[in-house]
Design a protein around this ligand. Sequence first.
Ligand code: 2IT
Length: 445
Amino acid sequence: MNVQEILTNLETKHPGEKEYLQAVHEVLESIETIYNENPQYEAAKIIERLVEPDRILTFRISWLDDDGNVHVNLGYRVQFNNAIGPYKGGIRLHPSVNLSILKFLGFEQIFKNALTTLPMGGGKGGSDFNPKGKSDAEIMRFCQAFMLELWRVIGPSTDVPAGDIGTGGREIGFMYGMYKKLQHENTGVLTGKGLNWGGSLIRPEATGFGASYFTQDMLKTQNDSFKGKTVCLSGFGNVTWGVALKVTELGGKVVTISGPDGFIYDKDGLDEDKIDYLLSLRASNNDIVSPYVDEYPEAKFYPGKKPWEVKCDIAMPSAIQNELNGEDAAQLIANGVKYVAEVSNMGCTPEAIDLFHNNKIPFAPGKAANAGGVAVSGLEMSQNAMKINWTREEVDAKLHQIMASIHTACEKYGTEEDGYINYVKGANIAGFIKVADSMLDLGVI
Ligand code: 2IT
């Protein structure tokens, strides 16, 4: 079957799973030529096997709130592909979570993890539970109930979950505590753990730091740097915090952050104090960004709006999938944007990506730019397995080197005749070849 027929079949088999179909479509479009040139892939039905998860676990989670009321949520673990290593990927806790979203995230994770150079397969999990506004005790009861089901299918060499939207250090702690109790072991089966109990230095900042290093490499291809550049970010969680920290250190000026309630424009740019404040804002657990202007009255809050209307040199969407659409891209381009790097997974719609490509604006897809998070998760697994801890400098140097190698892979497979680097194509082809060739080696399983 050719790529188009496979896609049509998939649309018939999984109608309505729009995020999943969007993610598959993007990858298959990039690899079509390679696939057609290598008949061994078609003979082994590599794509047909790669686009369906190895298995999906769905379960019910029942938990009690502080008033004694019973709540019921849905839980999932999508074990997508383990050709190059144990399933690896985060747990998303957000009311929008459904199977389509977790399948898209799990599918993306296969290629992202392959790009890190570390031995990790792809997976993702989560629940439609909304952690916002919940007490610590409610979060704990939910996380324990979640792990009471999940523990059966995970293990340090089988499937290693981590954080994602709504799952941070606190949630990982409650989940890991319950896993250890059930399994009687200390093998570090989750990553993003606290430093005192098996975590790695730099893991909280890793996604943002990695994305900044990657963007810096992208700028270097144009003999450019972050110095003096105006940068628009979205989101205000861990990922945005890490990007803000590193971009500011590298000489960029971060002028926007955002939440579900709107965006903040701070013309003076974020500084160390403001970046620290981001963390406390996040810790308040209210999911609103507007209190920033109470603390820093010179900044402006734009309710219900996205930051992409602000003039900037570099846009780095860092919140959630499809947060930057065709209209936003057109506005950014009209305002003279020079570079775009997705820090969120699939942060840009296909229409937005087409516009960046057609205007020859260097555009980094999430699976390349945000791979630093899972890369340092992989380094946490290594440290746990060796029962040692690396220093901050050691982890940061390894992260830096991994991001540079991802950039080199994108350049190798994505450079077009006119010299423009199509990072989407480069990342998808590099990730696909590694996984597809591994699947060939491993036989039909
Ligand atoms: O999207 C991602 O790469 C993550 N949420 C991190 C996954 C991980 O296993 O650290």
